[in-house]
Design a protein around this ligand. Structure first.
Ligand SMILES: [Zn+2]
Length: 478
């Protein structure tokens, strides 16, 4: 966005903007190499778009200031508000006469799906908003005395990673207003009326965290002290820690920046996901897999892959926890659990495959698919940091209940068998072992600021290889 601002608003030459990008010291080198590609992709998508919309190709002047749709009330409403301001994040363009406006919604990889409410809201802000500016914490003020509203608006999605582009809306202004009333307004009304606490990764930017009831406070959960240099608040999951331990650069690129190359996923990952999706569907409907017919096909898998996946599902049916579970017990599929380590200022996040109650305690079940038995010979909690974190969270009282009645189950599914391991978060030895496993990963993660690549076998098939200098050198050499 900084490079595009320089090009579009300050008239900086593209080559100069790229040089300025490369000189930045506040970004990881691979981040810069991605940004360079993203900038070129975005500009190419813009050029392609203006060829396609040749009839009104003058609709291409960058609009610097955000469009703000303002509703002023004559008396304060039940929330005590007198004014509502709506903006839409993206890049803005308008024709010189102001009759056509476009808002471009950027995503990091490919064009991503957007809800009707999101599209209608972006279109309505473009159709009815005035260019405005505001100081921090102040109301927006219009930047022009007269700012003509457009007759036509477009919402364009662009994927900066691959240059994909999609026109999501191409509407008369009146249509945008109508779509807003139908799709966006009810959603916004629910948002401002909602008072539910929904802890998760958004807690890291929340100024209210220190006085909030959530996430549950779990000091020293990660077993590592505060880094010497203060860091801004972060969130972390077991997968984050495992990825960081494999390669800090991969962690930064894929887990923090969410970059993903367009390379197809490995068959094992696709197969595992297809099995998960199917099991989750059954469990969400509270169906026991033992009594459900096995699927004949699974979306996204070849016939051969389906055969292996269905064998794994059949293995699960024999150990499905919903089989015979009393109807009074609770079942939650992929519930988000959070905990806050105030020492590290870190929000810890876990999404157990399945959570269910059993006689007053919670059972946390993780299901893993594998072609062969990978963990044998390696302590379970080291091989699966997810389980180690589960032990620590449960022993700290997350998701609740009496820890002595809680347990963790690891279900391993192979094409030719299954295994189920149980762990008890009230057992001091298990907790010690879990603490060692987690702090071995969190110790190097917490103070890391450089996220250096550690090239090795993991480079082949790494989603971030494309932007990683050391990884590319390594794979070229090997
Ligand atoms: Zn099941």
């Amino acid at each position: 966005m900084a490079a595009l601002d320089a090009i579009e608003h300050d008239g900086t030459d593209v080559g100069v903007a790229l040089q300025q990008l490369r000189r930045r010291h506040d970004c990881h080198p691979s981040h810069l190499s991605w940004a360079e590609e993203a900038l070129r992709n975005y500009l190419a998508a813009r050029a392609e778009h203006s060829t396609e919309y040749e009839l009104d190709r003058q609709a291409s002047l960058p609009a610097k200031h955000p469009w703000v749709a303002v509703t002023d009330l004559t008396a304060s409403d039940s929330r005590g508000a007198l004014r509502y301001e709506r903006t839409a994040w993206g890049r803005r363009y308008a024709s010189p006469d102001g009759r056509i406006r476009e808002i471009w919604l950027l995503s990091v990889n490919s064009v991503k799906p957007r809800s009707d409410a999101e599209i209608a809201e972006a279109a309505a802000v473009a159709a009815t908003g005035v260019a405005a500016t505001a100081d921090f914490g102040e109301c927006y003020r219009p930047v022009k005395v007269r700012d003509p509203l457009p007759d036509r608006v477009r919402v364009v999605a662009v994927g900066c990673g691959d240059g994909s582009r999609k026109v999501l809306a191409d509407w008369e202004a009146a249509e945008a207003v109508e779509q807003y009333a139908r799709h966006a307004k009810p959603v916004l009304a629910r948002v401002v009326a909602g008072d539910r606490v929904n802890p998760g990764s958004a807690c890291i930017d929340c100024e209210g965290l220190s006085s909030c009831s959530q996430p549950p406070r779990t000091p020293f959960l990660l077993g590592t002290p505060r880094p010497r240099r203060a860091r801004r608040r972060r969130s972390v999951s077991a997968s984050d820690l495992r990825t960081h331990s494999a390669c800090p650069a991969k962690y930064h690129l894929t887990r923090v920046l969410h970059l993903k190359s367009a390379e197809p996923e490995s068959p094992a990952i696709r197969r595992g996901r297809a099995v998960d999706v199917w099991l989750n569907e059954q469990h969400r409907a509270r169906r026991s897999c033992r009594t459900t017919l096995l699927p004949a096909t699974l979306p996204g898998l070849t016939a051969e892959e389906t055969r292996t996946a269905v064998r794994m599902i059949a293995e699960h049916a024999a150990v499905c926890p919903l089989d015979g579970l009393a109807p009074t017990e609770e079942v939650e599929v992929q519930a988000r659990l959070t905990a806050y380590d105030p020492e590290l200022d870190v929000v810890v996040i876990a999404d157990p495959d399945l959570l269910y109650t059993d006689s007053g305690g919670w059972v946390w079940r993780e299901t893993k698919t594998a072609a062969s038995r990978p963990w044998e010979g390696r302590p379970l909690l080291e091989a699966y940091p997810q389980l180690a974190l589960a032990v620590l969270m449960m022993s700290a009282g997350v998701p609740g209940g009496d820890p002595r009645r809680c347990r963790i189950e690891l279900e391993l599914l192979y094409p030719d068998g299954s295994a189920c391991e149980e762990l008890h978060p009230h057992d001091p030895e298990t907790v010690d072992e879990a603490r060692r496993a987690v702090s071995a990963l969190a110790g190097p993660w917490a103070p890391d600021e450089t996220f250096a690549a550690t090239p090795g076998r993991g480079c082949t098939g790494c989603e971030a290889l494309r932007w990683c200098g050391p990884g590319l050198d390594h794979t070229a050499g090997g």
